[in-house]
Design a protein around this ligand. Structure first.
Ligand code: NAD
Ligand code: TYD
Length: 376
């Protein structure tokens, strides 16, 4: 199989590329990435010389180029992750999000369709897998912790169920109700993917995943940003009261789910991916501070004073919570890591890979960061 992975130089994409290149030496993995500010080939240093791996720098919005790439590499399967992914950026610059996330996805769909339509076998054995987010479903109510049972059987995940801040969960059937330009653009791309199945019979699959964390995440997102700021003794900007709830999944567990669904998922289906692991931002931030201080050899409480409450994000969604029972029941997926282990591994990784972080946070990023936070 020749598999096109888009956005493979980004956070989640790099984990998916690594998993596929190492696990499937018989596949040819083509990583297509524009290398925006978020794309970084340093994320893939360990696999870049493998014989079953090719990197192509290209923009998914460039339809002619997509056609060329599909033909040149005889692409059989697509795992589409390339996107603009940060909500705060989408608030400042919604056009870029519509362009990449909506028009870019459409250009890829159209290129896949046009290429496969010319083959004698047409869509037989082909697959277009679109990676999306739980943010398309909108926001859930926040109520008192509920003590809802996690459906996961393993010790690793059953320990997580006490973080449940309401009875409602996002199901695959939940109506789309996006609030940010980011989630609106992802919702639109999801609709296009499903429309290509329903209209042309293109073999598509969509998954909607909760917030990911782990190594190689760009430090504009909460967890790597805060780890890095604690290391430098910089303020930790907590939006609003820090009461928003997010459902966190270790990125490698997302990559494992993508592998399983790419191979075993049913065409035209949607699967939600999440670990039943909800955290209020402020509670999560306290865990991060504690872990970084401990691993740096600082006394407990050393960095607590860095917490700084700032103006809330516009339209800040209150709670995201994924019900991933369908994925467990139909394909047997469960997360492999308990959250406490995942956070420990993650903090350790950022502290052990300071050069990776310093390379990103110097230069242009520094200017962007100061601009982003100057008004708060
Ligand atoms: P990221 O921002 O770290 O990486 C995105 C990658 O896409 C970068 O390498 C970038 O260079 C590339 N890219 C951007 N525009 C492009 C274009 N026009 N052409 C080609 N490449 C382009 O994002 P991420 O966090 O790894 O997210 C990957 C995907 O997973 C996205 O589709 C996102 O919506 C989805 N997702 C993310 C999360 C999360 O918590 N990060 C959760 C659920 C779903
Ligand atoms: P983020 O990592 O941007 O992911 P998303 O908005 O896609 O969920 O943010 C996670 C949560 O942390 C979200 O509720 C916003 C909040 N947040 C802060 O409080 N401060 C920050 O500096 C950032 C980046 C996020």
């Amino acid at each position: 199989m020749n598999i096109l992975i888009t956005g493979g130089a980004g956070f989640i994409g790099s984990h998916v590329v690594r998993l596929f290149v190492n696990k499937y030496p018989e596949y040819h993995i083509v990583n297509l990435d524009k290398l925006t500010y978020a794309g970084n080939l340093a994320n893939l240093k360990d696999i870049e010389d493998k014989p079953n791996y090719t990197f192509v720098k290209a923009d998914i919005c460039d339809f002619e180029r997509m056609l060329e790439i599909f033909k040149q590499y005889s692409i059989d399967g697509v795992i589409h992750l390339a996107a603009e992914s940060h909500v705060d950026r989408s608030i400042k610059d919604p056009f870029t999000f519509a362009r990449t996330n909506v028009m870019g996805t459409l250009s890829l769909l159209q290129a896949a369709k046009a290429t496969w339509d010319e083959l004698p076998e047409r869509y037989e054995g082909k697959r277009f897998y679109h990676i999306s987010t739980d943010e398309v479903y909108g926001a859930l109510e926040l109520t008192d912790p509920q003590g809802i049972e996690s459906p996961f059987a393993t010790k690793a995940s059953s320990a997580l169920h006490h973080h449940a801040y309401g009875r409602e969960y996002f199901l695959e059937t939940t109506k789309y109700n996006p609030h940010s330009p980011y989630s609106a653009s992802k919702a639109s791309s999801d609709h296009f993917v499903r429309a290509f199945h329903d209209t042309y019979g293109l073999p598509t699959i969509v998954t909607n995943c909760s917030n990911n964390y782990g190594p190689y995440q760009f430090p504009e997102k909460l967890i790597p940003l805060f780890i890095n700021n604690i290391r430098h003794g910089k303020p930790l900007p907590v939006y609003g009261k820090g009461e928003n709830v997010r459902d966190w999944l270790y990125v490698v567990d997302h990559a494992r789910a993508i592998d399983l669904i790419f191979h075993k998922g049913k065409i035209a289906e949607t699967y939600n991916i999440g670990g039943f692991n909800e955290w209020k931002n402020i509670d999560l931030i306290r865990v991060i501070i504690k872990t970084v201080d401990r691993l740096l050899g600082n006394a407990e409480g050393t960095s607590d004073h860095l917490i700084t409450y700032v103006t809330d994000r516009a339209g800040h969604d209150l709670r995201y919570a994924i019900d991933s029972s369908k994925l467990k029941n139909e394909l047997g997926w469960e997360p492999s890591l308990q959250f406490e282990e995942g956070i420990e591994k993650t903090v350790r990784w950022y502290l052990d890979n300071q050069e990776w972080m310093d390379n990103i946070t110097s230069g242009d990023y520094e200017k962007y960061y100061e601009e982003m936070y100057s008004g708060r």
